[in-house]
Design a protein around this ligand. Structure first.
Ligand SMILES: *Cc1c(COP(=O)(O)O)cnc(C)c1O
Length: 228
């Protein structure tokens, strides 16, 4: 279990170095520890090492872990596909949902967000690799969805999230993330100021940070390989 602490230190140092190389500020980047299919004990170890933001992909798994760890001040982020019959559970537990891809889901989260909780932070997931990915909205659908979401009082539209198709070449990774950054800029110009780009995983974190990521979602490099 000490391994998780070491890996967090290594990732932290790596982020620091990358931000220096690419002229970013280290404190602009949130490290989201993606703990899907890893144990409650592993999350607890990461938390004791100073990690407070955790991402999960599956509703049931997130709810169970959040219950088991309810004594810890964890910021839960939901980063998986969300069906409308699960929005209520999510709205009551998480600080962020990264994967909004239609208005109906946003509206339900808005209506179901408990009154005593702060507004829910959300990102629109954008389908940046076209055919290669089924999740997310197409770039041309972004302005209309951003407009609808920004009218929901219990949600705060923070930015965009993307999961590009796997790509090993650094420059090609960068080119895709640059497209996401450009989409954020064009929404800014439409009057939807966004401060978040959720992009970059264990294999493409540097390219994402180089192109403006503010949340990197890291699983394997912290917790090791997942059993499937
Ligand atoms: C699993 C997952 C991650 C983490 O991926 P790693 O390659 O393990 O770092 C990040 N984002 C999403 C949406 C995921 O499903």
């Amino acid at each position: 279990m000490t391994k998780i602490r070491d890996k967090l230190l290594i990732i932290g140092a790596k982020i620091k170095k990358i931000t220096k190389v690419h002229h970013r500020e280290c404190d602009e980047i949130l490290l989201l520890a993606v703990s899907k299919r890893h144990s409650v004990a592993a999350i607890q170890t990461a938390y004791e090492s100073g990690q407070t933001a955790f991402g999960e992909n599956y509703v049931q798994e997130l709810i169970e872990k959040a219950q088991a760890l309810s004594n810890l001040a964890i910021d839960w982020h939901f980063i998986g596909p969300l069906q409308s019959n699960k929005t209520k559970q999510i709205a009551a537990v998480v600080s962020w949902v990264h994967t909004i891809d239609r208005f109906k889901i946003a509206q339900r989260l808005n209506d179901q967000r408990p009154e005593q909780m702060p507004p829910l932070n959300v990102c629109i997931q954008v389908n940046i690799s076209g055919e290669a990915s089924k999740s997310g909205v197409l770039p041309e659908q972004l302005p209309a969805l951003a407009k609808q979401i920004s009218q929901l009082p219990r949600l705060r539209l923070r930015g965009l999230m993307a999961i590009p198709a796997p790509e090993n070449d650094f420059e090609k990774q960068r080119a895709i993330f640059a497209k996401v950054f450009a989409l954020k800029e064009s929404l800014d110009q439409c009057g939807y100021p966004l401060d978040t780009l959720s992009m970059g995983m264990s294999g493409d974190m540097e390219a994402a940070i180089a192109e403006g990521a503010t949340i990197v979602r890291i699983g394997t490099a912290i917790f090791g390989v997942r059993e499937s």
